[in-house]
Design a protein around this ligand. Structure first.
Ligand SMILES: [Zn+2]
Ligand SMILES: [Zn+2]
Length: 361
């Protein structure tokens, strides 16, 4: 049986999104039907609507969500109806070449539901990053539903499903920030500020926030930045060196995704330091760096996909840290909105007015 519910659809490249009635099948083998409670508006949703990811319109958007398991299909062992879950877009398969090497956070065959959600006329929908959670119900592979402590507020918990996890993980998992480190974060939107929160959690001594927007730098201080630099007014690389005894930082995190800011991160790190790229570049971007500097500075240049997270390990942990008052997830929730306000939220995001708009149901 299919369930008729409201969902946010991107029907054509660049066209405003619309709320439509969609059909969500009951779960088959290995699948779970989840009643969504909250879903954050992420840049990736906007990228889908712009046709910047694939051309498989129509898309059912939304992928940063928490909710309650409504029904499960046969052969599901990790969740039961009534469980409070965060949806993950990485659900390791266990059998790809990366999983077999013991590195499931790089899984190349992450699991998704087998059945398609559809429009009322039967047109199949492409679910954003295999989730599609701007909908009252969504269908996922049950292993995408990660059980966490139900004491968490859904609006805050859902954010761990994408952008906030990407930032926390860029600092902790990919960057390996640890006690006493110096860290710079370039770009202080949701992901960048989550990287700052992650660096603080990991015990970084100096956390330097860089942005061109003073409002974002104020947010950065609230998440744990010890210093802020407005790179419109100040040479960010020089300022970071000045704040670190002339050396640069141990870990430089680029949360913008542009060649100019990547170059800043590259030169702002100390010898043997680490650069982490978590900002998402667009296809035409290129970077040119002196190869001798790449060699001579040593260390490592890394990219962080989804914060190199392992959802079953990291989601419950970050929710527990939040419930203990050690990770301020609430502060990322700039506003809560209804399902019909997603298009407005895209514009607020483009204007840099919000860390996260979160749809609540
Ligand atoms: Zn795998
Ligand atoms: Zn996202």
């Amino acid at each position: 049986m299919a369930n008729a519910v409201k969902g946010v659809i991107a029907g054509a490249k660049g066209a405003p999104v619309r709320v439509e009635t969609i059909l969500v099948p009951d779960p088959g083998p290995g699948e779970a039907l989840v009643r969504i409670q909250a879903c954050g508006v992420c840049h990736t949703d906007l990228h889908y609507r712009e046709g910047a990811i694939t051309n498989d319109f129509p898309f059912l958007l939304g992928h940063e969500a928490s909710g309650i398991v409504e029904k499960v299909g046969p052969n599901v062992t990790n969740v039961v109806p009534g469980d409070f879950v965060i949806l993950a877009w990485r659900a390791p398969c266990g059998t790809c070449r990366s999983c077999l090497r013991g590195r499931p956070w790089y899984c190349f065959a992450s699991r998704n539901a087998q059945q398609k959600m559809t429009r009322q006329d039967g047109t199949p929908l492409s679910a954003a990053i295999g989730i599609g959670a701007f909908a009252e119900l969504t269908l996922v592979a049950a292993v995408q539903a990660v059980k966490v402590n139900p004491a968490a507020r859904p609006e805050a918990a859902g954010l761990v499903g994408c952008g906030i996890m990407a930032g926390l993980g860029a600092a902790i998992n990919t960057g390996g920030v640890s006690r006493g480190d110096s860290v710079a974060v370039i770009g202080c939107g949701g992901v960048g500020n989550a990287a700052i929160a992650g660096a603080k959690l990991a015990g970084a001594h100096t956390i330097i926030a860089v942005d061109v927007d003073d409002r974002k730098l104020e947010w950065a201080k609230q998440f744990g930045a010890t210093h802020t630099i407005n790179s419109r007014q100040t040479d960010a690389v020089q300022a970071i060196r000045d704040l670190t005894g002339g050396n640069g930082v141990n870990v430089a995190i680029e949360a913008v995704g542009k060649p100019e800011t990547y170059t800043q991160a590259f030169y702002a790190r100390d010898h043997a330091g680490t650069v982490v790229l978590v900002g998402v570049p667009s296809p035409e971007m290129k970077i040119e760096l002196p190869l001798l500097e790449v060699f001579g500075r040593g260390g490592s240049l890394k990219a962080s996909w989804y914060g190199d997270c392992l959802p079953t390990r990291d989601f419950p942990m970050f929710i527990d840290l939040y419930l203990q008052g050690r990770l301020d997830l609430e502060r990322f929730v700039s506003e809560t909105i209804t399902l019909d306000k997603v298009e407005d939220a895209f514009h607020k995001m483009e204007r840099g007015e919000v860390l996260r708009s979160v749809v609540v149901f």
